[in-house]
Design a protein around this ligand. Sequence first.
Ligand SMILES: Cc1ncc(COP(=O)(O)O)c(C=O)c1O
Length: 479
Amino acid sequence: MSQVMTAAPAWTIPEFLDARENNHLFIGGADATALVYKFGSPLFVFSESRIRANIARLQAAAKEVDRPISFCYASKANSNMAVLKVVRDAGIDVEVNSGGELYKALRVGFKPNQIIFNGTSKTNEELDEAVRAGIYSINVDSIYEIELVEDAVRRARSELNSGLPPARIALRLVPEIGTRSHLGLQTALLTSKFGISSSEVLDAFRRGLQNPELIHVCGIHIHVGSQTPDVEPFAEAFKSMWNHLMTIHRETGHTLEHINLGGGIPVNYLRDRSQADQLPEHERDMLGADLEPSAVLKEALRVARESARAAKAEHLLDRLTILLEPGRSIIADAGVVLTIVRNIKRRPETEDIWLLTDAGYNLLLSMNNYKWYYHLISASRACEPLESEYKVAGPLCDSGDVYFDIERHGRLPDYRLLPRDVKPGEVLALLNSGAYSLAQMFPYNGRPLPAAVMIREGGRADLIRRKDTYDDLVANDVW
Ligand SMILES: Cc1ncc(COP(=O)(O)O)c(C=O)c1O
């Protein structure tokens, strides 16, 4: 029997994630292995108190600056209805990216004036839904889209025969600001598909102000990307928006109500650094980022105040509301994927020991798309020394369904460290896996989508998503 480590493991998060006396992983006071026996594997486990703590951290950051901050949870990160309900009950607003997410937000009880809608390719139907609901802001992604919103208002007025107020829009900009995140997660580069470029901004605003009876231009928006490890891109984006705001005021007399700094506050995926040195340096810096949201807000406002002072435009800043769209920083570390080792093999030629789990990239798409690192531990031997190296893979039918970098670019460790003698039946836990996972999962290979539970105060586990049945797999097929 291996020895048990005495210090708390580095992945421990007090009052949420810890190893208890029987060496089991506990999530919000619930024994992870017991959850799997009760609800099946694989299983998503979320913690209500951790979601609330993450939101409270953002709210505390907002108190450190002198402008009102409104947080709009980026529901793309995880739009399970129970998650949305916890977010709504915690008192923040919501960002949606489709008619479906808008439907969910309204259905769970967000008020229309708590909702902002982003997206590059909104359909007329989606614009109709947003306009008719009267949401806080439709963030338009091009000059062309302004016309589409105007058309939606005209349609709504004639069909509803009502005095619907003008639709509120904000313009999404793409100012060519890079970050140290994955290229696929950077969204303010001119090579990205998003937004209106700086050279067109003034024209776009003039166009937006043309028909005030149809639309009201209320804000300006830049999302520099997800998992942004440094404060500078946020500050640069804020300054860029602030300068545009002043120019628009000077040139048109119009005063914008809000600046939306987007999402992207990073999560520290390398709280446990036992395999961090096996990642390339830039991945390590990006995945292990520890950026305080208050630092982002303070720096953004510092640069804006400086430029406002120089331009004698402080009165504009004093009227401004700032929006943030955090997704990952609210839900990533509040979620854990539990998975059972279903099969094992030792290759005589390489002496590799392979552990085959039931959680593949159909549940954690980022592991494949971006070679995202999710720290892996044993849920029943959470404190045992990490003495053995394993090749770990999921259940899907292609070779890319592995927990390492199949392309051999070294973006993930080749082997995962776990206690010795892992056997089929052992429950493993992938930590920090609550964002862009459940929201992106798909039933490839006819694998029913798994259940999810929410751990409440006191360790009670509520089912928040039932496991799909085989009937669910064929429910929408017509034959
Ligand atoms: C427009 C927009 N806002 C907010 C977010 C949320 O980002 P994050 O989850 O990194 O906070 C995203 C996701 O990339 C986004 O595209």
